[in-house]
Design a protein around this ligand. Structure first.
Ligand SMILES: C[S@@+](CC[C@H](N)C(=O)[O-])C[C@H]1O[C@@H](n2cnc3c(N)ncnc32)[C@H](O)[C@@H]1O
Length: 227
């Protein structure tokens, strides 16, 4: 059985358990409103005003669940795209009983590009984003100038992006895309380098890992896109 089939079977098994489904529904956000319009409204999702950390491509939640447990005064949004992954992530997040975590099924590029309100995110975590090395798959890549501009738009003043990858050319591409977007590299320490699910696996295999923390450009230094 391939990894995708295995993942789908696991999600189906988990989803057939009513307790998992109920737990998952407590943390899943972002349903359409009564007019069928999707709104990203983080403050409403958490019912309070606290610093918001967003993990893009959270996988099964190894990193963000631990982080939410450690920082009770912060809110955490875990974003994933395929339904099979979202179900596992939401069941785990719901069963954790943590009050400060929510799960959203979305393409992070739309979320960051135009759905999230301006200046709402304190920290983005992006660990081991898929590199999509083949040219014909390039359209699936996360990092583009538009995505980087979205990160800058949605981050608060002094907001941070943490990134890690095991693929050197992809890491270099991401780092230079962020720098071109006005972000300032601050450190090679990121909280999820080993704590993220893939990070744990890669570190155990002894693979070199490439990580960096970037600070949001101040409003004056942000490159302008378009006329
Ligand atoms: C290599 S995995 C890493 C998962 C997790 N960060 C970890 O380290 O265990 C990349 C994840 O990004 C998710 N992903 C890819 N493109 C995405 C997108 N456009 N929006 C949201 N999630 C995405 C995939 O579904 C996948 O779970």
């Amino acid at each position: 059985m391939g990894p995708i089939m295995g993942r789908m079977r696991k999600a189906t098994r988990l989803w057939s358990d009513p307790e998992s489904r109920i737990a998952a529904r407590h943390v899943m956000v972002g349903q359409e409103d009564s007019r069928g319009v999707f709104r990203a409204a983080p403050r409403e999702w958490f019912g309070r005003y606290a610093p918001l950390e967003v993990e893009i491509g959270a996988g099964k939640g190894a990193f963000i669940l631990e982080r939410a447990r450690s920082f009770a005064t912060r809110d955490f949004l875990a974003v994933e795209l395929p339904l099979s992954v979202v179900r596992v992530l939401a069941a785990r997040a719901g069963r954790s009983g943590l009050p400060n975590i929510r799960v959203l099924q979305a393409d992070a590029r739309s979320l960051v590009g135009f759905l999230l309100p301006e200046s709402t995110v304190s920290v983005y975590h992006v660990y081991y984003p898929d590199p999509w090395p083949k040219a014909r798959h390039a359209k699936h890549r996360l990092f583009s100038p538009h995505f980087v501009a979205g990160l800058a738009r949605t981050l608060v003043e002094r907001g941070v992006v943490y990134v890690a990858s095991d693929v050197k050319p992809w890491a270099e591409h991401i780092f230079s895309a962020l720098e071109l977007g006005g972000f300032v590299a601050e450190s090679e320490q990121v909280p999820g380098i080993v704590a993220a699910g893939f990070g744990r696996k890669y570190a155990a295999q002894g693979r070199p890992l490439f990580a960096r923390a970037f600070r949001r450009p101040s409003a004056a230094r942000r490159p302008s896109h378009g006329p």
